[in-house]
Design a protein around this ligand. Structure first.
Ligand code: PA5
Length: 460
């Protein structure tokens, strides 16, 4: 199977490497715990090796469903929050044309997102877009009771019903939720919406390879089979005797990276910055932030995951990275072939001009992408000189296969890292606290007493 993920730690102090090595045996035991479901939160490890466990037949069902769909649509709306939207957004942002909305329909199907905030203007503007398009909605919520997607879905559902009538609206709505529980499941039954299941043993932020991520991407025409294959290629590297340390490729890389992250925490580091040099990867960085933030940030522990977009942030946050508190590590996500598919057939070189008034003559004929590679190299060297431990995760090219591989890689690194810190990677008690407060403040039946207490504390 094609090998695509590599890990580099050239710019890492020797003492950090020594301390990371002493954690290898523990990391391998944790990997075994994830594999066997015996680690903390072991009942939530269905994401590990998901393609081989159950991913392929589910993918067949989704592809079949999308193929047989006979309702015309030219816009996919994903309604969801957290793990219910971040993965599909990462892929569509990375692979769709950046200006797809402004291009003819032949450029592809735009994927837009709602339900991840309660911004009224945003919803009104989305309805403006819907008026010009034929939308298909995939509403996604594991619990089926989260307020933000619930509200957005009610508004969009009522828009669809008014515009198309109940029957046609029902054909334009697909639900992804828990197999039995939650308001969304009940609504799907009542309205006969087509519904897909989020497996019981997979939590939101680990669910990108399940129908949560795969269904909307398949609707929008992405190669979800390649994405699953990419993930499979990484999980294959974790097979074999982990405790004996015979891991290869991405498996060995994941162990090394997780140990270095843990050693960094011990060495007083408190922030991990993911540096990407392509705005199309901002969605991937957001997915990564949720994965690590929600999985590790518990009990006063965990590196704070922060995103950094070069060159933009080099001219703002770059100063802090170079010269602020030395409590951070930096991980660059880079691609051998970084050009997105929408532009892969074309290259853009610096044009030659008569004269050299702009003093850029020395760049003539060179591709913009090659200059961008130099930006990454220049920052790695500068930040290493500024005593930031610099890591590099390298994938082959920006496509579905590599993104699938990166999802599998980061999920496994995250779970091992959290276990090395001694925290359960798969719960999110802090998020539940805010959800309960919101129910109480909005007056949800059953939460009235807590609502009154909270309003008193707010002085309202
Ligand atoms: O990782 C998680 O479980 C959470 O971030 C959820 O994805 C998020 O809270 C959304 O929840 P739900 O899918 O239940 O609406």
């Amino acid at each position: 199977m094609q090998q695509c993920i590599r890990f580099e730690s050239r710019f890492v102090p020797a003492e950090l490497k020594v301390s990371a090595e002493s954690l290898h045996a523990e990391a391998l035991l944790n990997l075994d715990g994830i594999r066997n479901g015996t680690c903390a939160g072991g009942e939530w490890t269905g994401w590990f090796d998901y393609p081989a466990r159950s991913g392929w037949p589910i993918l067949d069902t989704i592809e079949d469903f999308v193929r047989k769909n006979d309702t015309f649509f030219d816009l996919v709306i994903v309604v969801g929050i957290g793990g219910s939207f971040a993965g599909s957004k990462a892929v569509s942002d990375a692979l769709n044309h950046s200006f797809i909305h402004a291009l003819p329909r032949s450029a592809g199907v735009p994927v837009v997102f709602a339900g991840h905030n309660l911004n009224e203007a945003g919803l009104l503007e989305l309805i403006d877009l819907c008026d010009r398009r034929q939308p298909m909605i995939n509403v996604i919520s594991k619990s089926g009771t989260t307020t933000e997607p619930g509200v957005a879905f009610r508004i969009l559902r009522s828009y669809l019903e008014k515009r198309f009538g109940e029957r046609e609206a029902a054909r334009r709505i697909v639900v992804t939720t828990d197999s039995k529980r939650g308001a969304l499941r009940a609504l799907a039954r009542e309205k006969s919406y087509r519904a897909f299941e989020i497996p019981d043993d997979i939590g939101g932020r680990f669910s990108v390879l399940t129908p949560v991520g795969v269904l909307p991407l398949a609707f929008a025409g992405f190669d979800v089979r390649a994405m699953m294959n990419g993930a499979e290629s990484v999980f294959a590297d974790f097979r074999g005797d982990a405790v004996a340390g015979r891991l290869k490729g991405a498996g060995a890389a994941a162990i090394e990276y997780a140990c270095l992250r843990r050693a960094s925490w011990e060495a007083g580091k408190r922030i991990e910055v993911m540096n990407v040099a392509d705005p199309k990867l901002s969605g991937y960085v957001e997915w990564w932030k949720q994965l690590f933030g929600e999985s590790e940030g518990k009990g006063g522990l965990g590196l704070f995951p922060a995103g950094f977009l070069s060159s933009t942030d080099l001219h703002s946050m770059g100063q802090y990275l170079q010269d602020g508190p030395r409590n951070l590590i930096e991980t660059f996500l880079v691609f051998d072939q970084p050009t997105a598919r929408s532009s892969i057939e074309r290259r853009l070189a610096i044009p030659s001009q008569s004269g050299n008034a702009d003093e850029l003559g020395y760049l003539e004929g060179r591709h913009v992408e090659d200059l961008n590679v130099a930006v990454t190299q220049a920052s790695q060297l500068a930040h290493a000189d500024g005593r930031v431990p610099v890591f590099e995760i390298r994938a082959t090219r920006l496509d579905e296969f590599n993104l699938g591989a990166l999802f599998a890689f980061h999920e496994t690194v995250c779970a091992i890292s959290a276990l090395l810190l001694g925290v359960n990677p798969f719960d999110q008690p802090g998020v539940e606290d805010y959800k309960k407060n919101l129910f109480a403040l909005l007056g949800k039946p059953g939460h009235e007493a807590q609502g009154a207490t909270l309003r008193r504390r707010l002085g309202r």
